[in-house]
Ligand binder design. Structure first.
Ligand SMILES: *[C@@H]1O[C@H](CO)[C@@H](O)[C@H](O)[C@H]1NC(C)=O
Ligand SMILES: *[C@@H]1O[C@H](CO)[C@@H](O)[C@H](O)[C@H]1NC(C)=O
Ligand SMILES: *[C@@H]1O[C@H](CO)[C@@H](O)[C@H](O)[C@H]1NC(C)=O
Ligand SMILES: *[C@@H]1O[C@H](CO)[C@@H](O)[C@H](O)[C@H]1NC(C)=O
Ligand SMILES: *[C@@H]1O[C@H](CO)[C@@H](O)[C@H](O)[C@H]1NC(C)=O
Ligand SMILES: *[C@@H]1O[C@H](CO)[C@@H](O)[C@H](O)[C@H]1NC(C)=O
Ligand SMILES: *[C@@H]1O[C@H](CO)[C@@H](O)[C@H](O)[C@H]1NC(C)=O
Length: 482
């Protein structure tokens, strides 16, 4: 390995791989030479961009034994690949194995990380493997702790263009248990790390992976545009703290589709900054489509909008959503002091089973970063549309709670059938400080929503036009590129 390592310092990597190819071809025993042969395995995958150069983590001293730290190998490989950013881009291939690593940075654009289906990235449980980074400007502080910074995510990147993190359903294992324990015991001085966080970037694809046991949130694209999250499985114990699935945060033009999420917090949580920090940063999440999501989240929402929404959330489309044993459907969470807005939200075709609430809006979520929030900063919640929903075994149809003097308005609910559990709440719709309309909904909504009659069913519209993110071209990439 040392010899190979030294060679790499001087030689074009694909020449080495070509040489290995010859060696493997000369070797009749394909199984025993399997370790290197993975470089030559032909694989194809869909991506926004294909790459001209590819190396394997093993070529940079990576050891997939589950106990050797690969943090330096990741850095060496990505440092090496950064020379190709303007020369066709590059790919880092993770072969079968258990690759223990601390936090590492994607520090080059036009880059793909590809995990073989039997590759597992094991997140280190050694806190010294996790650099402390600044809080996000739109949050002012870390989510867990008032003081100090936050642990950098396992895979971190900032100010990048054209990044693909994908695989043939390879696994990223956050090994979150000790983080959860320390968080519960208030023993952490910094905010827990996420699994993938990419900031200030354009053209991002995260797909074809299974993420398990994250220390906290799983996927956090922030201040990004043109984001695709597709075909992701996220699993964490339903009792684990804040293991949100996918959290688009101050992002424009995002598509989340074909994901399966079982977690201890919201399956998808749409965000845009926190109170005075989010207001002054002023960057909304807009043009977001979420489709074909399957969620199990017994203590949280299938899709949450907020509670950090101070930069605004606008034009969210959710369709073909399936949930089992979840607390609520598409929930709006906000508070006095948040400012910002949640508007133009369109939801259609949800199938829900065993829910506490189908509809839930909360205007008094609280949870402020500090006491400097502006009590006059009231959120605007407006134009929220739900249609074509079937729910079974529901405890309470709706809890819609606006803010006194700040009515949540233009709510529209149509074509909804809610079957109740054996012991339903007596009051099925509890509404305060909201306004809107409904048609064809059972059980019958509260009086603050006005009955339009069944013929007005088309009123809760869903946009006919598609978002620009649906027009991004996906190519078929393969390792023959190098
Ligand atoms: C990644 O980059 C950030 C700054 O962009 C830095 O603070 C952090 O230490 C880097 N992480 C590693 C593992 O080098
Ligand atoms: C990243 O981009 C943001 C926004 O343009 C900028 O404020 C910041 O300084 C950049 N950071 C780096 C490390 O280039
Ligand atoms: C990926 O792996 C997970 C965990 O083993 C599994 O539940 C899921 O069905 C797999 N997804 C695909 C697309 O194969
Ligand atoms: C947290 O900070 C305290 C006080 O500075 C220190 O004693 C403790 O070791 C720190 N804990 C960790 C896990 O870094
Ligand atoms: C009402 O919703 C159900 C379930 O999504 C759907 O099958 C049906 O076509 C909808 N009806 C109308 C009139 O849109
Ligand atoms: C219905 O919901 C209750 C909780 O309210 C749950 O205990 C029960 O198992 C559910 N029944 C079915 C048939 O899913
Ligand atoms: C209805 O909601 C209000 C708050 O919006 C709450 O104070 C009240 O207790 C609720 N009523 C019932 C019967 O749950």
């Amino acid at each position: 390995m040392d010899e190979l390592w030294t060679n790499l310092r001087r030689t074009q990597v694909f020449n080495i791989i070509g040489l290995l190819g010859v060696l493997v071809l000369l070797n009749t025993n394909g199984v025993e030479s399997g370790k290197k042969a993975h470089n030559l395995e032909s694989f194809q995958y869909p991506a926004i961009s294909c790459r001209a150069h590819s190396v394997s983590l093993e070529d940079f001293g990576g050891v997939g034994d589950g106990t050797t730290s690969n943090t330096r190998a990741f850095k060496a490989a990505i440092d090496h690949l950064s020379q190709f950013a303007t020369d066709g881009g590059s790919q880092l291939y993770i072969p079968p194995g258990k690759w223990l690593t601390g936090s590492f940075n994607i520090s080059t654009s036009h880059f793909t990380l590809y995990l073989h289906k039997d590759a597992v990235l094991l997140a280190s449980q050694d806190e010294s493997e996790w650099p402390i980074i600044e809080p996000l400007p739109s949050y002012g502080r870390g989510r867990d702790n008032a003081e100090g910074g936050r642990y950098s995510s396992l895979i971190f990147g900032t100010n990048l263009t054209d990044i693909v993190i994908t695989g043939d359903n390879g696994t990223i294992d956050g090994q979150g248990e000790p983080w959860w324990t320390k968080f519960r015991a208030k023993e952490l001085n910094y905010t827990r790390p996420y699994l993938i966080e990419i900031l200030y970037s354009e053209k991002l694809q995260i797909s074809g992976l299974t993420l398990i046991n994250s220390p906290s949130w799983n996927i956090h694209p922030t201040y990004c545009s043109n984001v695709i999250v597709q075909g992701i499985t996220i699993l964490a114990p339903v009792t684990s703290p804040n293991t949100d699935g996918i959290n688009p945060d101050s992002c424009t033009n995002t598509r989340i589709e074909d994901c399966y999420i079982v977690s201890g917090d919201d399956c998808v949580a749409v965000k845009s900054g926190w109170d005075e920090y989010g207001i002054s940063f002023g960057m909304p999440t807009k043009q977001l489509v979420i489709r074909r999501l399957t969620c199990i989240s017994p203590t949280s929402a299938v899709i949450a909008l907020g509670s950090e929404m101070s930069g605004g959330i606008e034009d969210v489309r959710a369709e073909d959503i399936t949930a089992i044993d979840s607390e609520s459907g598409v929930r709006i969470k906000t508070s006095i002091g948040r400012g910002g807005f949640v508007k133009k939200v369109y939801v259609r075709r949800m199938t829900l089973k065993t829910m506490k609430w189908v509809f839930w809006m909360t205007g008094n979520y609280g949870n402020h970063p500090d006491n400097n929030y502006d009590p006059k900063a009231l959120p605007v919640i407006q134009n929220i549309n739900y249609r074509d929903i079937v729910a079974e075994n529901v405890t309470m149809a709706a809890r819609l709670e606006g803010i006194p003097g700040d009515t949540f308005s233009d709510i529209c609910i149509s074509n909804v059938t809610i079957g109740l559990t054996e012991k339903p709440k007596e009051l099925q719709w509890n509404c305060t400080d909201i306004a809107g309309i409904w048609s064809d909904v059972t059980p019958k909504p509260c009086d603050l929503l006005l009955d339009q009659g069944p013929e007005k069913i088309k009123q809760c519209k869903f946009p006919e036009n598609s978002l620009p993110i649906d027009n991004i071209k996906i190519r078929t990439c393969c390792n023959k590129n190098f």
